[in-house]
Design a protein around this ligand. Structure first.
Ligand code: NDP
Ligand code: 2IT
Length: 452
């Protein structure tokens, strides 16, 4: 770390005490971009680090709604509009009881660099609420979404800020949110992505994060003349990202042996094939049940209550549930058991100790902001289709997604090799590469646009 990066990190810590996830995300980025800051004095002269760590705007609002029994309920709504240097704010909405300002600031901060890596014109933002959709009826979810959008609609728009889904926000929620926006504003625009196909959505958007993460893993393996055929894979989560990631791994001949949810994980030594995955999708998307039912339904599978899957021996690991789901010890266990690749579908799933363990072991490690950027990239493709008022075929969208993931990998790889001193013939530090590549584009745009 240089004097400049240490000084800014201290300031950020002092100003954002009590937001550990945000500080963790900032530390990871700042600690890896020092070489590019030392080589280009203009970033320090323009106080880019001080500015890029401060959201442009943070909106916090009350969300009152009524449950099915007629009780009045109050939640807190947020939108963090982090950085608009290279395009309108873009990023998902998370509905989960753990949501608070610090978590949304970490997610918004990550989104700035991720969106930059996609090569598309999107700034970074994130929002959501501490509302828990679990156990709520469709009508309760609808009333909540309508109340949330009644306030949020003042702050967003197709050229201003374009939200999408994240944990707890899928097709159902996007539908209710879009309906209320359209009603209040009397306009049918691409203000949200992740829409259904019959009213402006894009083919492949639901699949995009999971598919994209697998495409990124393929690119990392290709640098070692390897591929996914026959690889034993451990996956966490069983939501949107995990489901389509497992689908693509199966298509490419890998064997997925675990999935999980917030209560525990299932281990299926035979592999979660296409037929079993279809059952999981019905369980999670229609019946909204628990993953433990898998082990009751499929003989030979086991369920581990309250545990995460990282002690299961594997070739490749794909965390797809939530932040900090792999700590230093769990990362060490993965490596000890032979894991050679980690590609992150979730945002910041590995803590800083865990990342250091991957880097020390020199495994292929695809950090979230590069590996899971396919979701927001395909949101960018949805925005492009909405502007054109055209729908592309799934082959077209998938080909564009694939080529974006190849480009993100190449960009991170090249920037790592140019700037990060620890790369060798067989090791690429994709953390440094992704952070530097994402940072430079946004920072240069901020300088071009003056002190705003
Ligand atoms: P979903 O809500 O569809 O699924 C989330 C999954 O993770 C569920 O299986 C859920 O379990 C589990 N989970 C959530 N919170 C926790 C927790 N605190 N502890 C353990 N398990 C948990 O969300 P997504 O699949 O969309 O998102 C998963 C991750 O991917 C998140 O980190 C998100 O930010 C990231 N991401 C999502 C993108 C997208 O396009 N959707 C794009 C890029 C990243 P349960 O079923 O019990 O709730
Ligand atoms: O974390 C993410 O990139 C997302 N949840 C997707 C955001 C988006 O705008 O599609």
């Amino acid at each position: 770390m240089s004097d400049y990066t240490s000084r800014v990190l201290e300031q950020v810590r002092a100003k954002n005490a009590g937001e550990p996830e945000f500080l963790q995300a900032v530390q990871e980025v700042i600690s890896t971009i020092a070489p590019v800051l030392s080589a280009n004095k203009k970033y320090e002269d323009n106080c880019i680090l001080e500015r890029i760590t401060e959201p442009e705007r943070t909106i916090i609002f009350r969300v009152p709604w009524q449950d099915d029994k007629g009780n009045i309920r109050i939640n807190r709504g947020f939108r963090v509009e982090f950085n608009s240097a290279i395009g309108p704010y873009k990023g998902g909405l998370r509905f989960h009881p753990s949501v608070n300002l610090g978590i949304l600031k970490f997610l918004g901060f990550e989104q700035v660099f991720k969106n930059s890596l996609t090569t598309l014109a999107m700034g970074g933002g994130k929002g959501g609420s501490d509302f828990d959709p679990k156990g709520k009826s469709d009508m309760e979810v609808m009333r909540f979404c309508q109340s949330f959008m009644t306030e949020l609609q003042r702050h967003i728009g197709p050229d201003t800020d374009v939200p999408a889904g994240d944990i707890g926000v899928g097709g159902r929620e996007i539908g209710y949110l879009f309906g209320q926006y359209k009603r209040l504003r009397n306009e049918f625009t691409g203000v949200l992505t992740g829409k259904a196909l019959n009213w402006g959505g894009s083919l492949i958007r639901p699949e995009a994060t999971g598919y994209g993460c697998v495409y990124f893993a393929q690119e990392m393996l290709a640098t070692k003349n390897d591929d996914l055929q026959g690889k034993v894979c451990v996956v966490s989560g069983s939501g949107n990202v995990a489901q389509y990631l497992v689908e693509k791994l199966n298509q490419l001949g890998a064997k997925v042996v675990t999935m999980s949810d917030s209560n525990g994980y299932i281990f299926d030594p035979e592999g979660i094939n296409a037929e079993k995955l279809a059952w999981v999708m019905e369980l999670k998307n229609v019946r909204r049940g628990r993953i433990r039912e898998y082990a009751e339904h499929f003989k030979g599978a086991q369920y581990f209550e309250g545990q995460r899957p990282w002690s299961v021996p594997c070739d490749c690991a794909f965390p797809c549930a939530t932040q900090n789901e792999i700590n230093g010890q769990e990362a060490a266990t993965l490596i000890k058991n032979g894991c050679k690749l980690v590609a992150e579908g979730a945002n910041m799933p590995t803590d800083l100790d865990g990342i250091n363990n991957y880097l020390a072991a020199k495994i292929l490690y695809g950090p979230a902001k590069a590996a899971n950027a396919g979701g927001v990239a395909t949101s960018g493709l949805e925005m492009a289709q909405n502007s054109q008022r055209l729908n592309w075929t799934s082959e077209e969208v998938d080909a564009k997604l694939h080529s974006i993931m190849v480009n993100i990998h190449r960009n991170a790889y090249d920037h790592a090799r140019e700037f990060s001193g620890d790369c060798t013939a067989d090791f690429t530090n994709y953390v440094a590469g992704a952070n530097i590549a994402g940072f430079v584009k946004v920072a240069d745009a901020m300088i071009d646009q003056g002190l705003v």
